[in-house]
Design a protein around this ligand. Structure first.
Ligand SMILES: [Ca+2]
Length: 219
């Protein structure tokens, strides 16, 4: 009987640890916790669940899609959107809604904004005869002054299917566009250890990703 009681206690402790450790899937910046990949259900983006299920929300399995690769501090999403629009980014484009969780892993939060920047074939790393684009999704992290983003460069033009060509080129483009007299970019300065653990190698979905985000903040 005593042995059974010990076994029950051990099982409960193990269960509590398993539930409590779920947050280990998050990365953080100055206390703002966020899942290190954007998430999407398999029904809209099967390639995102190819590496396994990240979370289940409402009985639907979500997979990891794009690495979070830009972190903004002391800037609001509307300030960031205005600055990107001023640099030629646009709201015109097709892209599915993706999700992140923050400290509470039971809450999936849809992106606040998506923007695109189109690149003609034969310029800017876009193959001749194609139309390419940069695509960014922004999430203000609830109850913090941090905004996180996943941005990628892809072929496929205005309408899909879109094929990711680079995470890092897109991160550098956002850094460049948002470096000005008021804002600065500390390129590749936010290590994301849990993103690295999930990625388990030098590439994500076959494309190089260094699992380190760039930080954009005020000067
Ligand atoms: Ca990076």
């Amino acid at each position: 009987m005593k042995r059974l009681a010990v076994a029950v206690v051990l099982a409960l402790v193990t269960l509590a640890w398993a539930v409590g450790s779920a947050g280990a899937a998050s990365d953080t910046y100055q206390g703002a916790a966020f899942h290190p990949f954007t998430m999407d259900p398999a029904s809209t983006d099967p390639e995102c669940t190819a590496n396994g299920v990240a979370h289940v929300y409402g009985g639907v399995a979500y997979g990891d899609c794009d690495p979070i690769n830009v972190v903004f501090s002391k800037l609001t999403a509307s300030q960031i959107v205005s600055a990107l629009l001023a640099k030629g980014w646009t709201r015109l484009g097709d892209g599915e809604t993706q999700y992140l969780h923050f400290a509470n892993e039971n809450v999936a939060v849809a992106q606040s904004t998506m923007l695109y920047s189109y690149v003609r074939g034969g310029t800017g790393g876009c193959p001749s005869g194609q139309l390419c684009r940069y695509h960014i999704r922004l999430w203000p992290v609830t109850n913090t002054n941090v905004v996180v983003a996943g941005v990628h460069f892809e072929t496929g033009g205005f309408l899909g299917p879109h094929i990711v060509q680079s995470w890092e080129q897109a991160e550098a483009r956002v850094c460049s566009d948002l470096t000005n007299t008021k804002w600065k970019c500390n390129a590749e300065s936010v290590p994301l250890p849990n993103q690295a653990a999930i990625q388990a190698g030098p590439t994500w979905r076959g494309v190089p990703n260094d699992t380190t985000a760039s930080l954009i903040t005020t000067r």
